[in-house]
Design a protein around this ligand. Sequence first.
Ligand code: NAP
Length: 282
Amino acid sequence: MARILDGKILSEKIKNNLQIEIKELKKKNIFPGLAVVLVGDDPASKIYVGSKEKACRELGIHSKVFRLGKDAAEKEILELLESLNADKEIHGILVQLPLPKHIDEKKIIEAIDPKKDVDCFHPENVGRLMVGNGQIFPCTPAGVMEILKEYNIEIAGKDAVVVGKSNIVGKPMAAMLLNAGATVTVCHSKTTNLKEKILGAEILVSAAGKPGLITVDMVKPGVVVIDVGINRNAEGRLTGDVDFEKVSRVAGAITPVPGGVGPMTIAMLMKNTVVAATRIYE
Ligand code: NAP
């Protein structure tokens, strides 16, 4: 049976440390602040924003949520970002994705001051990450790296496979593993012989958003499996991309869903907000 990589416990530990750090910052008159922009009424986005607000409250981070209607004009969002960029009480800004179709997502992301870009989606921060000079890291892949570190999982020299090549998870994940010395294969929907590629993995990160994609015949014994996928099965229960029940019998270590990468993502967002607040006064 695989070792369970518990992201819930680790995220609590990280948040407890951040709480102490925030108290110290407040003694120096630094009050970390996060602005979240939510456009439209996507139910999943509303839940994510609610979780982010709750985490801020628990840690003592000042948070402001800006809720705009689904028909909000691009100009309105750009003006809001301009005012948040200039707001001294706000150190982190995130725009909850996805945005409604009529909004140019790239334009919105590029309008965020890179110093306040706590999601690390701005091309300047993505570029820094690629050249190994990142100061802030995208929350989900950063959460995965923290899990690997906490459980002393060696990355350098390992064969890693990342399934998914989105700008939010797959691509930065591959870059971070590569920067840490892994040999990385990135798979996506057009990859041929997916099973053969995954069988070569010593570390497997699945971020496809496809329940049941990774089956036991696709993994080699001892593999470290990180399941980033968050899906709902037919009964409405949360499930990852991996057939946890069977794969956990052959893997060396595995993250559960829920309780794996999910809670780490929010903890990393809180960490990035504290880093951004600290850096502004450097
Ligand atoms: P996304 O933008 O939809 O990207 C999915 C990626 O998976 C794409 O690159 C796609 O390939 C690839 N893919 C889809 N089906 C595949 C298949 N059958 N075989 C191989 N590759 C396949 O999603 P995302 O935003 O990266 O998120 C991925 C998953 O992670 C979702 O379930 C999401 O809910 C979850 N997520 C979790 C967290 C967390 O905190 N745990 C955070 C963010 C996202 P193409 O590029 O070729 O289309």
